[in-house]
Design a protein around this ligand. Structure first.
Ligand SMILES: [Zn+2]
Length: 311
């Protein structure tokens, strides 16, 4: 049954109609994301939990060949302003519905609806503000148990980056995913796990919280290189810890995916929308993270990522 309380959200005015998105790109508001999920996935859609502010955490379950067979996990929109990641999650969902595969797919297309709604509200109001965290200022990608550490000095100074939370899993968004997927991982059925971010044209493999590479890193690299070979744009393979040497990312989903025994991949989708020849983009954080052609970029990434999930 379609969750009834998504209904009012689906009546929200279109972001495209209210904001001149010609140069920003044709992105969706929160209600439009929910509408799109329901249109694509219908009865496979459910509400898996609520944020602190009561916003729904939407989940889609697409069956595989066997009900208790292998599983692939997809997370989009863990960081508020990275709308292109949500568009890629929706494009993936469209493809996965058409081409059922061996694995059951569990997809959380927008894990940070509070942050997403803040970024959307800013766009509608014409405000240019960097938004990354949830409503209580926690970076949801520093709140996972693996390699978690209390908020580091750079984040304490640059508070807009968000804190790590008071403890691992302190945030309902992350706790919900872990509660849902940990039993699947314990049965060794979680085979693939993908998270969609932006920007930087990067394919990231573990670790974020350690310099050394983990067991299985050759296989992780192999999967990422296969994805890269299917992409028209140039993507660079690295680990979060080595992206900027000396800057570790503790408590990431990517490291937790690995701890679960899944083949993990984080995609920094696109190179964003910052253009040196367009001064209007220089001080517009939304544009830094989101390319002006989301439809093309999302479709190409989805084609490249389906075999990672189902191959
Ligand atoms: Zn991100």
């Amino acid at each position: 049954m379609i969750p009834a309380d998504l209904g009012p959200w689906c009546q929200s005015p279109s972001l495209r109609e209210e904001v001149d998105l010609e140069r920003i790109g044709a992105y969706r508001g929160l209600g439009e994301v929910f509408t799109e999920v329901l249109e694509i996935a219908g009865e496979h859609t459910s509400i898996a939990g609520r944020t602190c502010e009561g916003l729904p955490l939407v989940r889609v379950d697409l069956p595989g060949e066997e009900s208790d067979g292998p599983v692939a996990l997809v997370i989009g929109g863990i960081h508020a302003m990275e709308f292109i990641g949500v568009e890629v999650a929706l494009a993936l969902l469209r493809q996965l519905v058409r081409e059922r595969g061996r694995r059951r797919v569990v997809l959380f297309p927008l894990l940070n609806p509070e942050g997403y709604l803040r970024a959307e509200t800013d766009l509608r109001a014409g405000r240019r503000r960097f938004v990354r965290s949830n409503s209580v200022g926690v970076d949801l990608n520093r709140n996972w148990p693996t390699h978690w550490r209390t908020t580091r000095l750079p984040q304490r100074i640059l508070t807009f980056l968000g804190s790590a939370g008071s403890a691992p899993l302190s945030e309902p968004e992350v706790a919900m995913v872990v509660e849902a997927m940990a039993p699947v991982a314990a049965e060794r059925r979680l085979e693939r796990a993908l998270s969609l971010h932006s920007f930087g044209n990067k394919l990231l493999v573990p670790y974020g919280g350690r310099w050394r590479r983990p067991l299985g890193s050759d296989a992780h690299d192999g999967h990422a290189l296969e994805v890269r070979a299917r992409l028209r744009d140039r993507y660079h393979l690295t680990t979060p810890a080595r992206w900027v040497p000396g800057l570790f990312a503790y408590g990431m989903e990517l490291d937790h995916f690995h701890a679960w025994g899944a083949d993990p991949l984080l995609v920094e989708c696109s190179s964003g929308g910052l253009s040196l020849t367009d001064p209007a983009s220089w001080l517009h954080p939304f544009r830094w993270f989101n390319p002006p052609d989301p439809t093309r970029q999302a479709a190409e990434l989805a084609v490249a990522l389906v075999p990672f999930l189902q191959g």
